[in-house]
Design a protein around this ligand. Sequence first.
Ligand code: GEK
Ligand code: PPY
Length: 253
Amino acid sequence: MSNTEQPPFPTQEADRLFAREQPRQDFRFDASVARVFPDMIRRSVPGYTTIIPMIEVITEQYAQPGSHCYDLGCSLGASTLAMRHGLPESGCTLVGVDNSEAMIERCRHHIALDDHPLPVELRCEDILETTIQDASVTTLNFTLQFVPPAQRPELLARIAGATRPGGVLILSEKIRFERPQEQEVQTRLHHEFKRANGYSDLEISQKRSALEQVLIPETLSGHRERLEEAGFRDVMVWYQCFNFVSMLAFKPA
Ligand SMILES: Nc1ncnc2c1ncn2[C@@H]1O[C@H](C[S@+](CC[C@H]([NH3+])C(=O)[O-])CC(=O)[O-])[C@@H](O)[C@H]1O
Ligand SMILES: O=C(O)C(=O)Cc1ccccc1
């Protein structure tokens, strides 16, 4: 590269998107979010930096030869790359899907930088419309929470229907709690986590109102019941930190 050229995506940017007072707007996964996303998600989701490497471990355990593996709502590809590293070098097909062009464009770049022989098929489309077939491992790492609740049952039933016996869904979500007391405590602890990561009260409150109509959390029992209704069994929580959980749901034989 000559010294007049810039690398495609220069240094990682810090998330200051909500630092200045601004009119309320619904949160969107646009180019400005894509630019700061690694910093934003790491500082906002307690446990994210633990969950990502565990997706590799889980994928390695449940991927079946010749099957398809899906990362639905792949953003910049952190969970996709974890799955890639858990898969054998050939014999499985890995697909990442996201409907944000800004995310997919950067994701393509991240995947190209990751020196690994397994190809990744990237689709810029709605996960509600993407074709899912012959799956063994499917990941929804903090994506279902952005799907309108009315459309969640059909998506989960479609994933379950396309999953081989013994296959798994990795479902990570921000949840809400039935007991108001627990909801209050866990939400406060999440906000304290964000403060400890350098977000101001203004940033926390402006982002919270931007997310209000967009990220709809459900209770753990709501998730369990719907996963079973969709055709999954043995739903288990394998990780929880405050109001952020990750579950496994298995397709029975
Ligand atoms: N209907 C939809 N169709 C396609 N994509 C969607 C849809 N709704 C939302 N998205 C996409 O889902 C992603 C959610 S982020 C996932 C993090 C990643 N899994 C990670 O492990 O780093 C989680 C978060 O920001 O909290 C965004 O990129 C959206 O564009
Ligand atoms: O920031 C928050 O409060 C969240 O709930 C998590 C999050 C992380 C990244 C984008 C949107 C929401």
